[in-house]
Design a protein around this ligand. Sequence first.
Ligand SMILES: Nc1ncnc2c1ncn2[C@@H]1O[C@H](COP(=O)(O)OP(=O)(O)O)[C@@H](O)[C@H]1O
Ligand SMILES: [Ca+2]
Length: 517
Amino acid sequence: MEIPVLTAGVTGTKPKMSWTRKILLILGFLSTLAVIALIAVAVTQNKPLPKNIKYGIVLDAGSSHTNLYVYEWPAEKENDTGVVQQVEVCKVEGPGISGYSHATEKAGPSLAQCLRQAEYVIPSKQHQETPIYLGATAGMRLLSLENKNAADKVLSSVEKTLRSAPFNFQGARIISGQEEGAYGWITINYLLGNFKQSGWKKLLHSLKSISETSGALDLGGASTQITFVPNELSSESPENLLYFRLYGKDYLVYTHSFLCYGKDQALQQKLAEDLQTMENSSLLDPCFHQGYQRTINISDLFKTPCTSAKKKQFPFSQLYVQGEGDYQKCRRNVQKLFNKTNCPYSSCSFNGIYLPPLQGDFGAFSAFYFVMNFLNLTSEQSPAALDKVAATVESFCARPWHEVKTAYHQIKEKYLSEYCFSGAYILSLLENGYDFTENNWQRIHFLGKIGSSDAGWTLGYMLNLTNMIPAEEPAVPPLSYGSYVGLMVLCSLVLASVLLFAWLLFHKPKCLQKGIV
Ligand SMILES: Nc1ncnc2c1ncn2[C@@H]1O[C@H](COP(=O)(O)OP(=O)(O)O)[C@@H](O)[C@H]1O
Ligand SMILES: [Ca+2]
């Protein structure tokens, strides 16, 4: 409430305002204006700009099927960690591209529908600048061992189709098992935010001079990978060691890919092994449910390089499998796939392959996740102990096939009939193959997705090929733009108030003198 100041000695006329008061009022008005202007600038400058989004496409040409992934990220933040995310996954109809060895020209066209889906998801004006990659894994590795010419033709067909799409074609190739392991490891650690630490975490880690990453376990149909940072550096088996410098940190990573130890090829191996001691064509198989029956062409069983060494003449051309549903027997049966007798190193997994002591947590994805998720064994809140996991697989295997089929009628029969075998195989691979025990079992986390992105090698592959993971930590200004503007406004306000106060103190305008004295 303003009280007009009356000029002494003047009565009966309109009260006049003193000069000092006028100046004070003008100053007050101007400072209010200045503050409003500063705040307005701060607010408008800080408004998020319309996002400039970039896209990338990777096709994962696996042994059992092909998946197309679309990723997006804000153009300005390309080198930050955790900014790229999956926005679309499209499952290609039909078999994996290696399944087209007898009709190689059909491999490319099989991808057409998912490419159209990607065209729909990505704004058309960005099609041309969107890189597209295809990486083929163990199915194509096997085909190229078996029939190099057919594998080349499949890749040419796929390349032709990808070149005719409106995107920026960057290559279609078979990736090595090492790459598959490494990119899976990069994907999960990128998505978990393990590469770049900020604030307290960084300080804590620099004090302890550690940088925790998570190991990666990938189970496919034709191969399986294990990748992690071991505790001690060892150059025993250099082909299993990879060196990375990411965000200013060095990583020495152990990786190995076991060709023929994906779950589909492992089953082929097991059946080929069982055949060796059979007298007639029917096999009582403990890894399938009681009441389940399957007929297998013996010639198909020995087509793959994973079983060809066991090929011999059999007095029958078909194998009749009858389920027995006995987990314990199945485990003993599967265990034979892991040869632990020879180890030329200080420690091995199986088949004489070097494996350093297991270290840290592991993310297990792809078929590790599909199978464990089906068996309800993926809860992160209460991860099941190893004996509970084994008991669950055991009781699932013991259920008769007709009951399982009715209870899960919505699940593809091919998957459903093999969850018992797959559960036993996963346990055998992890326990007998890699030597996980009840003590470190709970360090395995079965992951399908991290955020919106599937765990798998494709994201790491794209990050690497688009140079989105810098070797050195990008220089980041200590304050964000918003905090900088906020701080500037605050400082200006403080400065203005100090000046005003000083001015009032030294000039003691008449209007205030009475009050002060
Ligand atoms: N929902 C599911 N349930 C069980 N198994 C699945 C499911 N989806 C995919 N799979 C299996 O996961 C595996 C994926 O392997 P894939 O990536 O095609 O091969 P690779 O990585 O060896 O080239 C295959 O064995 C496939 O049958
Ligand atoms: Ca795979």
